[in-house]
Design a protein around this ligand. Sequence first.
Ligand code: NCD
Length: 318
Amino acid sequence: MRHLLSAADLSRDDAILILDTAGELGRVTDRAVKKLPTLRGRTVVNLFFEDSTRTRISFEAAAKRLSADVITFSAKGSSVSKGESLKDTALTLEAMGADAVIVRHEASGAPHRLAHSGWIDCAVVNAGDGTHEHPTQALLDAFTLRHHLSGGEGALDGRRIVIVGDVLHSRVARSNVLLLHALGASVTLVAPPTLMPVGVDTWPCQVSYDLDDALPGADAVMMLRVQRERMNAAFFPSTHEYSRRYGLDTRRAALLADDGIVLHPGPMNRGMEITADVADGSRSVIVEQVTNGVNVRMAVLYLILGGRAETDVWEMSA
Ligand code: NCD
């Protein structure tokens, strides 16, 4: 059984295989009939315990383009709101014949638990767990970067990527640091000290508290959403103060390399971590990230459910 639980499990070669496959499958997306028969007869369950727009729809589009049957489950309106456990929910899905479960959960480690509990026997893909990881987001970001930074296998080698904002609550930041590092990029995290996680010094990246210092000449900047729903205290004095020190505006975006690009996983707080003119400006690839997300998720589903039955390279811990 193979799963995609964490970017930490992906080697450079694994990542390149997924990105190259996404590129191939992306050609289908450009056709009038956006469908391949690859996963006909397979069932993919979208199991979302936490709110999501992009990721849920993206997995659904990806599975449908590969002709899988898709069941979308959201905790709201289900028996989870009656107190049903993750285990019982999983057993129900298994009993319905799911081949893969895409899971988003507010608890870090929930997908790992599902994959290793022995409760179910199908593939598990992590679509974001608590503040831990969001591997398909990192893959779609790497895909987007590779496309813009002149393509090819080594496109990210030696490139400088700055990731800015609420690193403490971000699963996107951790997955990106791990994956971009594996792909040869040099990553700098920038955040106020209160929003930098304990132990960040062990991550394979640089750390800075000064955005104006980190941006000059960078190939890309990735802005993170300030995740107020995960904050139970005041992490910065005011929205205005946050934007002044850590927000991306036109002046700061101009500090990037000439062809430097701006990413954001969405949803954005326009006017807080990013101004509207930068979000909609010529350096922004934010809408393209969404398109690439479908291609990357098609590749993940294809490789897990369709091809390469002989390996289990996506999971180090058995
Ligand atoms: C991110 C997430 O859910 O972790 N969004 C996403 O998947 N597109 C980031 C966020 O919520 O800020």
